[in-house]
Design a protein around this ligand. Structure first.
Ligand code: NAP
Ligand code: 3JN
Length: 335
């Protein structure tokens, strides 16, 4: 696209929406007009973006009557279910952060470092994966390409910002000694690890765990990879950490895998245990890369490896990934 696009941010007042605006500004994303949309609760609110004041408008069936090229949605699954198809019918390309459309076979599910080619076959909606899946995909794709992947075991340590302001409030209140009036969790999060993210399903897994399993198959394009997951909320404000155990198809040397990660897009290797260097949530917060360390052989199986993977869940896990998709869209959209 040679002209500057008109863009909309739906859910502009939320934790992810606010980060959308920050990242759009940082990356100097080109636009002619930008429209900030939320529910009637925030309509009329003033938001400063790039030094200019904008008024938040209520999202309605008519919001996409005006010419908009790309809409970044982060207003929950129900809002995406209703409004993303309306936007798409008006010729808008929606990049959706909710789980609503991720497993729909007509909707590409994209991590730009992994499967950017899938952006091209969109039918008006492109889904952003779950935050825990995104950082895992950036790490697993190079391994899949070179060695093949047989089985993956995810164990996550997820920050409270993944639960929006309610999760952040539960941790802040808990650290201040108030474990009453919990807003996001079934138990106090301060001083605890909760093996419970999203709702429990009849198969005993949580929905977050099943999102990781199903999205891994779709993004890597291989349902034969065996995947299991345990997702855990921990008392950390920002950045998700993940222990990932992988059984590869082919034999490997650890040094080759370290070099492979070093040259792969979006990855920074932090692995110098003699000097206590490994990825940390606090260091990853506010950045857009995926950090990998503790790279070591799993001696209990043939061709097994363990890695520790950390990324900012609201940036690479949500806003930045969606904006990277939008940047790729600009390369292929006609004027
Ligand atoms: P949040 O802080 O609660 O913000 C929700 C946003 O959605 C607010 O701007 C809210 O507007 C807007 N909204 C709610 N209902 C709406 C409606 N009916 N019409 C228009 N706007 C509406 O939540 P968040 O943490 O930013 O997360 C938002 C969504 O992003 C989540 O529900 C999830 O689907 C997705 N998400 C994805 C990931 C990921 O893993 N990729 C991570 C976190 C979140 P008001 O100010 O008017 O209430
Ligand atoms: O809990 C986390 O760390 C990530 C949360 C993601 C999330 C939160 C509310 C609704 C999602 C998601 O992206 O999968 C959804 C959703 O289902 O849309």
């Amino acid at each position: 696209m040679n002209r500057k696009p008109n863009i909309a941010v739906v859910g502009a007042t939320g934790v992810v929406g606010t980060t959308f605006l920050k990242v759009l500004e940082e990356r100097d994303f080109p636009f002619e007009n930008i429209y900030l949309m939320a529910s009637s609760r925030s309509a009329g609110k003033k938001v400063t973006f790039k030094g200019k004041e904008y008024t938040v408008e209520e999202l309605t069936e008519h919001s996409f009557d005006k010419p908009i090229d790309i809409a970044l949605f982060s207003a929950g699954g129900g809002t995406s279910a209703k409004f993303a198809p309306i936007a798409a019918e008006h010729g808008v390309i929606v990049v959706d952060n909710s789980s609503q459309w991720r497993m729909d076979e007509d909707v590409p599910l994209v991590v730009p470092e992994v499967n950017p080619q899938d952006i091209e076959w969109n039918h008006g909606i492109i889904a952003n994966p779950n935050c825990s899946t995104i950082q895992a995909m950036v790490a697993l794709k190079p391994l899949q390409d070179v060695y093949g992947i047989k089985r993956v075991v995810y164990s996550t340590y997820q920050a409270v910002s993944g639960s929006g302001m309610k999760g952040i409030n539960d941790l802040k209140n808990g650290l201040a000694g108030n474990d009453e009036d919990l807003q996001a969790y079934a138990h106090p999060i301060a001083g605890n690890c909760l093996p419970h993210i999203d709702v429990f399903l009849p198969n005993g897994y949580t929905k977050e765990e099943m999102k990781m399993i199903n999205e891994t198959h779709k993004i890597l394009g291989d349902d034969s990879i065996k995947v299991t997951a345990t997702t855990v909320r921990v008392p950390v404000f920002d950045s998700h950490s993940e222990s990932i155990n992988v059984e590869l198809e082919k034999p490997f040397e650890i040094e080759d895998i370290v070099e492979l990660f070093k040259k792969s897009p979006g990855i920074i290797v932090q692995d110098d245990v003699e000097n206590n260097v490994y990825p940390l949530a606090r260091d990853a917060a506010g950045t857009d890369e995926v950090y990998i360390g503790r790279i070591r052989r799993d001696f209990s199986v043939d061709n097994g490896i363990n890695i520790w993977v950390v990324a900012d869940n609201i940036r690479k896990g949500a806003a930045t990934n969606a904006i990277q998709i939008a940047e790729k869209l600009l390369e292929i959209l006609p004027d």
